[in-house]
Design a protein around this ligand. Structure first.
Ligand code: GAL
Length: 329
């Protein structure tokens, strides 16, 4: 009981402090150790040898609306992937550009005219490589592929290896999950965003295997964030409404390739119908403290994407129920 309370307090303190920072600084932005606004959207986190590494999309420059789309396709040039490191999740050191975009070759997947979104990094204990997966697309989102890059060091630089449609299937919003036994999986919106897929990665994590399942069929889910607690797997997703916020949902399963049951909205209280005006990107287990998680989300500013902010909140699992509160409200 006391341990649970301490854990909650720990999560609560981290989140309150992060939110205090967020409110304090101009435009709801978080600053790094150089006083510069943290630029890491659609982020993921790697915990390696006592350090947290935050990776995210660099959104910089003028936002424009892609013409002739039947949805609000607001874009900035693909800025590549940034990396920040921290020992305490509060103070962030800028590590530089983990994966740079290509500025010259218009045919390249990672040319600035393309889409590089939702980068996630996992470490392979066998090959000793850090592997980054990300959503690669054209600006009209018709490419729908999953890109992979690799590095010998956590903060990079990452070498882009190429992109794939796993088993010939579309892949847009994506995350990666590494299980306790070292098995790793891609989780991505597929089939025109109607259905999610989970696909097991090869042992070196550099390619998808043929082992995949279709989940949340026809439910139009995006922004996957997956975590494990007490032998169960939880998947938080958003609905599909572009940069606009919508209600989150979570699903639970006894195994990664098992039966995923959609439960409901994990957000509780005021503004839960808009995920507190944010969209999920990652759920971080707090090292060594069982049951403590951080829910990480983006607060998109669609007409000026560089000004998009972040929302990190404590997440806890009670029984099988996932709950996220915005403790400012
Ligand atoms: C969202 C998605 C974002 C980005 C955006 C583009 O639904 O979660 O990662 O792709 O659409 O409009």
């Amino acid at each position: 009981m006391i341990r649970k309370f301490l854990l909650y307090l720990f999560c609560f303190c981290i989140c309150s402090s992060l939110m205090a920072q967020q409110t304090r600084s101009a435009g709801g932005k978080w600053k790094d150790n150089q006083g510069k606004t943290i630029n890491a959207h659609g982020a993921g986190m790697l915990f390696y040898k006592g350090t947290y590494y935050l990776f995210g999309e660099i959104k910089k420059g003028k936002t424009h609306l892609v013409p002739n789309q039947n949805w609000e396709d607001y874009r900035v040039d693909a800025g590549g992937v940034s990396c920040y490191s921290s020992k305490d999740l509060l103070n962030w050191k800028y590590e530089g550009i983990a994966m740079a975009p290509d500025k010259t070759d218009t045919a390249s997947d990672i040319h600035i005219s393309k889409v590089i979104e939702r980068p996630k990094v996992i470490y392979n204990n066998e090959t000793k490589k850090f592997v980054m997966w990300m959503h690669i697309d054209r600006e009209d989102y018709s490419f729908a592929r999953c890109g992979v890059a690799v590095s010998d060091k956590p903060a990079g630089p990452y070498l882009y290896l190429g992109s794939v449609r796993p088993n010939g299937q579309e892949s847009r919003d994506v995350t990666v999950f590494k299980d306790d036994n070292g098995d790793a999986y891609l989780i991505y919106s597929s089939e025109e965003n109607n259905t999610m897929h989970i696909c097991k990665l090869a042992n070196d994590y550099l390619s998808p295997t043929r082992n995949y399942i279709r989940i949340l069929q026809g439910q139009r889910r995006e922004a996957p964030a997956l975590f494990k607690y007490d032998h169960k797997y939880y998947l938080i997703t958003s609905l599909c409404s572009g940069w606009d916020p919508n209600p989150a949902r979570y699903a639970v399963a006894d195994s990664m390739m098992g039966n995923w049951r959609q439960i409901g909205n994990p957000c509780v209280g005021k503004d839960s119908a808009t995920t507190f005006y944010s969209q999920s990107t990652y759920v971080l287990p707090i090292d060594g403290k069982k049951g403590g998680f951080l829910f990480m989300a983006d607060k998109w500013n669609k007409t000026d994407l560089e000004k998009s902010g972040y929302l990190w909140l404590p997440l806890h699992v009670k029984g099988n129920l996932v709950e996220i509160y915005d403790n400012k409200k």
